[in-house]
Design a protein around this ligand. Structure first.
Ligand SMILES: Cc1ncc(COP(=O)(O)O)c(C=O)c1O
Length: 381
């Protein structure tokens, strides 16, 4: 029984496996690199994948979507493509290392100044706190849409509104929310949205991307062949080619196209409702167990399909091992690459046990998990 969907979703929809295999066996060619029929087919596949991603996020054009290996690469592209010597940046106190480490690296190498909006243990942040940190020196605001440890969903629209008033572009790390809650970049006023294909979006690993608002241009993270403007010694100016140097992961993207279509057909609202109802059932099921500490927002508040918990003073690693060995239940223990979020919760020394649900989890599975956690809690008393 798999409950580690915030790390990577499993299983994938059947159409994803089929699409990867179909591309590998029947297409094979690289997009943008040839004029024969199979290369044209690869071009079409790539374009349709871009179109499906643009549609999911409400982007006006497929060319607003740049494909990367994952959200980590997309986040690095924006942070390193914008920030220069001495720039100020605002972020939150619960970022994943995908944001936190690039910022710390630039703090060391370029002397950037990082201001953090404090996140409360219940997963809330204050828009007023964010506003108080904005100044003419701030060049970028970057924040996670939902922490992969705490699970609350931040008020992106309110945050972008105040950032906009100060002329500060906003990068949102949607690694946990893409494919979990509806996202409309136009409605939310987001300038850059980083997403990863293999989590809630149910695609293969090695896929992901970045939405870039029309008219914004970043410095490149890498340069090389794009299949376009080959005579020029420099990267093309226009997205997406500008940011996609090197042969793209077409096999992965063929699968990603299938998963995006699966989400479109199923309905993102339906997926969101399903995950929310599973997490609510889990939290309500555990409520009576006083030794089980559940972190983040209370039951009923919107979450990105995950719950961090601890049982008394027991090691979450021991509990995860017991769940796996005795019950065949897969969860994740530790810091989840986000020590900052654990500082907020006060769990940086111990870590937490994280349960994260996906589209294919069922109520019955949640009930089995609840019983197993209760049994373990009672044994530990
Ligand atoms: C909030 C958040 N940001 C970024 C990432 C990085 O995702 P990836 O490893 O796919 O780049 C993760 C992965 O766990 C995450 O949860």
């Amino acid at each position: 029984m798999y409950f580690d969907n915030s790390a990577t979703s499993f299983p994938k929809p059947e159409c994803v496996y089929n699409a990867v295999m179909d591309y590998m066996k029947n297409v094979g060619a690289s997009p943008g690199r040839g004029t024969y029929a199979k290369a044209e087919e690869a071009n079409r596949l790539l374009y349709q994948t871009r179109k499906a991603a643009a549609r999911l996020f409400g982007a006006p054009r497929p060319s607003n979507i740049v494909f990367t290996a994952n959200s980590t690469e997309a986040i690095n592209l924006v942070i390193k493509g914008i920030l220069r010597q001495g720039d100020h940046v605002i972020t939150t106190s619960c970022e994943h290392n995908a944001v936190w480490r690039p910022l710390k690296k630039l703090e060391q190498s370029l002397g950037i100044v990082v201001h953090t909006i404090p996140c409360s243990p219940d997963g809330s942040i204050s828009v007023k706190d964010a506003e108080s940190l904005l100044s003419p020196l701030v060049r970028l605001a970057v924040f996670v849409h939902s922490s992969n440890v705490i699970g609350s969903v931040f008020p992106v629209g309110e945050l972008t509104e105040i950032a906009r008033k100060h002329g500060v572009p906003v990068l949102v790390d949607a690694s946990q929310t893409a494919g979990c809650v509806p996202i409309d970049v136009e409605e939310l006023g987001v300038d850059y949205l980083a997403f990863t294909g293999h989590k809630g979006l149910m695609g293969p690993s090695g896929t992901g991307g970045l939405y870039i608002r029309d008219g914004l241009v970043l410095d490149t993270l890498k340069e090389g062949g794009t299949g376009s403007m080959a005579v020029s010694p420099f990267q093309p100016e226009d997205a997406p080619d500008r940011y996609e140097a090197g042969t793209i992961n077409m096999a992965g993207l063929a699968g990603f196209k299938a998963s995006l279509e699966f989400i479109d057909e199923t309905g993102i609202e339906e997926i969101s409702r399903h995950k929310q109802s599973l997490i609510t059932r889990l939290m309500e099921g555990l409520e009576s167990e006083s030794d089980i500490i559940m972190y983040g927002p209370p039951s009923g508040v919107l979450r990105s399909g995950l719950l961090s918990l601890n049982i008394g003073g027991a090691s979450p690693y021991d509990i995860a091992a017991l769940l796996d060995k005795r019950y065949g239940i897969m969860t994740r223990a530790g810091l989840h690459c986000a020590p900052q979020a654990h500082r907020v919760l006060g769990t940086v020394e111990t870590g937490t046990l994280r349960v994260s649900v996906g589209w294919f989890n069922t109520k019955q599975q949640i009930d089995t998990l609840v019983l197993a956690l209760k049994e373990i809690a009672q044994e530990l008393r």
